[in-house]
Structure formats: structure tokens, C-alpha cells
Design a protein. Structure first.
Length: 104
């Protein structure tokens, strides 16, 4: 699934995001972590219900864009990071943060 397929998102709860592809298929992701890199906010997401293999869970990274909704509440939009080099760096940062949290 690439970014072009991830249009139309909705939040089920603050930690779960639903992406819908061009064919109407829905994919549910859980937010594992939020973090900042070079002044921008990002989120590390894992697909809900996906079994981890010997390499661990497959993760994606999205840039978090905030805006004010019609009701005046802050809304978040999750945009898939297209640059593979940047995405790999961000996943590395997020995985390091998660590993550090697990050691505490």
C-alpha cells in the first residue's frame, strides 16, 4: 500500500487510525509513538491485527499535520512519508525511543 492509496482517513480513537485505499479497502493502524525530528512531528504506526514475524512488526511513519476543525477542535492528519531514506531514519529513531522506554 503506498501513499496514493491512503486517502480519506478517520480516527476511531486517539490511538487508532483508519486509512482507506482507492478501492475502499480499510486498513487499521495503531499509533505506537509520536516524536519530533527537524522541527516536524511524526507518528510511528503499526497495522492492527498484523502478526509480528522474526523481523518484528512492520511499521510505517507518517508526518502529523495539525489544523483547526470546523468545531474549533485541533485535528490531526497523518501523511505517509514518501522519501524512503527519511522514512528509514525516522523508523530508526522511533525504534530507538521504544527500546529506551522498554528498558526503564
Amino acid at each position: 500500500m503506498d501513499e496514493k492509496e491512503m486517502n480519506g482517513m478517520e480516527n476511531m480513537d486517539p490511538d487508532t487510525i483508519i486509512f482507506e485505499d482507492d478501492d475502499g479497502n480499510e486498513y487499521e493502524f495503531a499509533v505506537r509513538d509520536y516524536f519530533f525530528y527537524n522541527g516536524a512531528e511524526y507518528a510511528l504506526l503499526t497495522e492492527v491485527g498484523q502478526e509480528a514475524d522474526e523481523n518484528g512488526e512492520e511499521c510505517i511513519v507518517c508526518k502529523v499535520k495539525t489544523s483547526e476543525g470546523a468545531d474549533g477542535e485541533e485535528e490531526e492528519e497523518f501523511v505517509l512519508v514518501e522519501d524512503e531514506t527519511l522514512a528509514e531514519k525516522l523508523i530508526e529513531i522511533a525504534n530507538t525511543r521504544i527500546a529506551d522506554d522498554e528498558e526503564i
